[in-house]
Design a binder for this molecule. Structure first.
Ligand code: GLN
Length: 455
């Protein structure tokens, strides 16, 4: 708006964003900056505005791109050594839609390698620091995205959420993070993790910005057959005084006192403004974490098998025969957490164990989906914390994978069921940011975001 009204130029906004990115270099947010191209694009937008030519809805708005989105701008590394040399010939659909509206990517941002993690410590480029306390983790896997928005370097950032990777870092850094309904936004051109739960979404300062980004990017894409027919922005979407469900069954001892307090305060606030609160029994959700850590490794092990040193990215130059090219390239190119998951995934898919693990997990997944369906017969939205703890210390959990996985207990059930969920920051007594999340039925994305505007 300010750009269109000529009170500020796109060039000025991009320069400011790049300046801030340099100021916060210690936080290790960016894997690469897009300085020259970003400034060129800004100049072009300023020229168009001066000439009275039409510009898009995001004209001149600087943004950060999670480094697992493919585009010819820079190298798409997925924060890994194996993809570090990769310059993509294609552009992800979501990126193409943002660029068509004039948004300007100022840099690619850090993640846990291949999005495997909850802290951005599993990155080949080292950890990103938390925006509120640099001795703590950024959250993950989209840690760079969350911190870039929280420190106000950019207006928004892209993310991917397979089991919480948008919502958890959003809540660790006090910004909005949205994981849409599975299939709402095309995943074409996004480095695949677990194909049955991967979602593209965003980090913003406000729900209004989230709404705009969804309007721009959601929609069916012939290049991604899992996309749903267009639904976002198609009909009126304000629920009158939605009923809010609260889940009784979570082990409350595992949840930090300040998070419980934030929940209690939010429930009181909702009651005061006339919302009915209903308690939900969802006993199957406690199996969701176990199900996720069978299903996600199975899918990601299959997806990562394409990284063999032959087709793209890094190749170990010393290997003398084909088998050792594969082995040495993958040995060097993947992080320890990637390798752990590849092994778990191939184990649960192997004959003899498939029925006991993968098939059983898929059956429990169906029960989880049904449990949510029953819950949404009793309420419009479910309110839960995003994670059991606020941002933990750097190094605290990185050598204890099970402790790290436990951080995902509140976010993964939602991905298994393909539901939309918005993490929003709440005021609390804690010195660290705290987020809660609202979960809705499939395709309730806009209603959910509109409700957050009211909150
Ligand atoms: N923290 C979860 C995991 O490590 C989710 C990651 C994600 O959503 N990409 O699998």
């Amino acid at each position: 708006m300010k750009i269109a009204n000529k009170t500020v130029t796109a060039t000025r906004l991009v320069e400011d964003a790049l300046k801030k990115a340099a100021e916060f270099a210690d936080y290790n947010i960016f894997t690469s900056l897009n300085t020259d191209l970003a400034l060129q694009k800004a100049a072009e937008i300023d020229r168009k505005i001066a000439a009275g030519e039409p510009v898009g809805r995001l004209a001149g708005v600087p943004y950060a791109l999670k480094d697992n989105f493919l585009s010819p701008e820079g190298h798409t590394t997925a924060s890994s050594k194996i993809l570090e040399p990769l310059q993509s010939p294609i552009t992800a659909t979501a990126v193409a839609k943002l660029e068509a509206e004039g948004a300007i990517m100022i840099g690619r941002v850090n993640l846990d390698s291949f999005a495997h993690g909850s802290s951005t410590e599993n990155s080949y480029f080292g950890p990103t620091k938390n925006s509120a306390d640099p001795t703590r983790v950024a959250g993950g896997s989209s840690g760079g995205s969350a911190v870039a928005v929280a420190l106000d370097i950019v207006q928004f950032a892209t993310g991917t959420d397979t089991g919480g990777s948008i919502r958890q870092p959003a809540s660790f850094n006090g910004v909005y993070g949205f994981k849409p309904t599975y299939g709402a936004i095309s995943r074409y051109g996004v480095v695949a993790m677990a194909s049955s739960t991967d979602c593209v979404g965003f980090f913003t300062h406000t729900p209004e910005d989230m709404d705009l980004l969804m309007q721009i990017t959601a929609g069916q894409d012939p290049n991604d057959t899992t996309t749903l027919p267009d639904f976002y922005g198609q009909k009126s979407t304000t629920a009158t005084k939605p009923t809010i469900g609260i889940i009784k069954d979570f082990d409350t001892d595992a949840i930090a006192p300040e998070i419980k307090q934030a929940m209690t305060a939010q429930i009181a606030k909702l009651q005061k403004s006339g919302h009915q609160i209903v308690e939900l029994e969802m006993p199957t959700l406690k199996y969701a974490l176990a199900v996720y850590y069978v299903v996600a490794p199975a899918e990601l092990a299959s997806n990562l098998s394409r990284h063999d040193g032959i087709r793209y990215g890094y190749r170990n130059a010393e290997a003398s025969d084909l088998a050792s090219v594969y082995a040495k390239t993958r040995h060097d190119g993947f992080m320890p957490e990637n390798k752990r998951r590849i092994m778990i995934g191939n184990f649960v898919l192997s004959s003899g164990f498939y029925d006991a693990y993968y098939l059983k997990a898929q059956k429990v997944r169906t029960l989880i989906i049904e449990e949510y369906q029953k819950a949404f017969a009793k309420c419009d939205f479910i309110l839960t914390p995003v994670s059991p703890n606020p941002a933990f210390k750097l190094g605290e959990k990185v050598n204890d994978p099970v402790a790290m996985y436990l951080e995902d207990v509140l976010s993964v059930p939602i991905n298994l069921a393909g539901l939309p969920s918005l993490a929003f920051p709440v005021k609390s007594d804690s010195a660290l940011p705290i987020g809660l999340q609202l979960v809705g039925p499939r395709r309730s994305d806009q209603t959910l975001i509109n409700f957050a505007k009211e909150l």
